[in-house]
Design a protein. Sequence first.
Length: 663
Amino acid sequence: MTYPSKCSLPHKAWKTAPLAAAATLTAAALAFTGVPLAQADPSQDAATQSGTSGLKRQVENLDRAPVAVLTDQGVTLSWRMLGLDRDSIGFHVIRDGVQLTVDPIRDSTMYVDPAGTASSKYVIQTVGNGNGRDRLSKEFAPLARNYLAIKLDKPADGVSKDGKPYTYSANDATVADLDGDGSYEIVQLWNPSNAQDNSRSGFTGNVYVDAYKMDGTRLWRIDLGHNIRAGAHYTQLLAYDFDGDGKAEVSMKTADGTTDAAGTVIGDPAADYRNSAGYVLSGPEFLTVFKGETGTIMDTVAYDPPRGNVSAWGDGYGNRVDRFLAGVAYLDGERPSMMFSRGYYTRTVLVTYDLVDGKLVHRWKFDSDVAGAEYKGQGNHNLSVADVDQDGKDEFVFGSMTIDDNGTPLYNTKLGHGDAIHTSDLDPSRPGLETFAVHESMSQSGNRGATFRDAATGEVLWSIPAIRDTGRGAAGDIDPRYAGAEGWAVGGDASWNSPRGQLMSAKGELIAEKIPAANFLAWWDGDLLREIVDHDFDATAGMGVPTISKWNWETETSDRLLTATGARTNNHTKGNPSLQADLLGDWREELVFASSDSSELRIYTTTAPTAVRLRTLMHDPMYRTGVARENVAYNQPPHPSFFIGEGMETPAMPAVTYAGAGS
């Protein structure tokens, strides 16, 4: 089955209006929405599910995450369809104890209740899921606005070692089910205002990591201490259920003085290894896994690889030695492993671990010093994790090279370092996945600012020319006139935020030389095209107001859907959300931004009607691991293992099992 085409309709005839104004369909009118999927029974074997390896991946045992928003048209509700739900599953909507639906909703996971009010209480009931899985959701009430506000406990201001004051702001975040109740908790990183890029000297304040429930309850705080420098490249958070007990763990790099939520200190609390420039280039380094529910230490090992000779990583002052990445991958095809790396400009080392009986167990190490000089300098400021060779096990798309599930090189394009990478089924007419990446070194890339390659072999299928570092690029289906996803990058002779560049089809056809913002993308309105996530940047304030826009392929401009007044984006000109993921309601994505004063975290959710029913993206393991690595270094949006876009095929039921006892 393919989803129906809207290409024949004028642009404005089917473009979805933003937010509350969009929820104009009545409950009866919504009865037609959704496209039914082919039958897939979870009792059948894995061959009928996604993939052909027979392996099933452990995923979170999630609840329905129902959400309701009060609008001018009543109350708009949506909820999750889970990974192992039968395609024939139906849903009843109950308000204040009264069932509103006569027949179960089987072609949608949303509903508009025109008679709903701010005081209404709702429950979603499943019908026909089999095997005792029909049950009621938790009771929920409408949000007064289009976002869920989570109160944050902002750390106190401080004074740096050189006597300069600093403040804190909520930076990147991630999510996991920390306590096993089926609902996500937020893991929030706090950065001081004196956080530094590795290329800049200066003392920084301590980095803090908090965990919050969706109701604003703070579960714990970890203080990384003054021997962990603050900045985008130093602390990479991984939150995932690594041991399969149904409760996620949190892992990150630590040092002497790191203090867990119970006050337990790692190493020597009095040790201070900061040099006169504010860098930490001596002293022990650790990798610690914390219990997600309590924020207490489970296990700590020496960070591998050690820094050794600082100059061996590309410079002598402390820039390239402390370039860290991290990711979650299913290296055996069934259970998640963690990867932490060091270096990507010159020497590059990736080290993987499993969590077994509460201990970090080394799996394998890839070292460019061992593999060969051709593998040096190929890493990005980010990475993708995907099963590119379709053997059921994940690879690390580590910039311009890809490392196989066993730690050996799968291929090397030798295109060099870059700032952005996107991997998914970007061209569904071809077998397997594709990778779209931008490049920094024109001598290495051969004056190619961006390339579109076969993710399994590294074969470059088409490219965008450039004469200088191309710092921005994105890929997603934004133009229904062309099959598959489009790829675009800022022109190689233009500034990083220029609207000039090339917008290309999945087949390498030039569509336009005007491009949308080349940063984040999200499924927000009701159609299958992805929207543009950006910001209105205020250089004076050093922050941006978040925006979501629709690319108008007729006018080659972006039409604004949302301006999140009172919120702010992260990481200066990068302008990314704290987090983007399918967190609430149906399959579409939520955007998480801190308020401008960091007093709260806002989870924005759409109220636009949709004619599409898909399982939650969080039960697609590639998308879920994409969310897990989203906060790493230069943030990149998550992508699923299948194509979502105009004319898409019906995705198969994911080959997964639910983690935890009683799943």
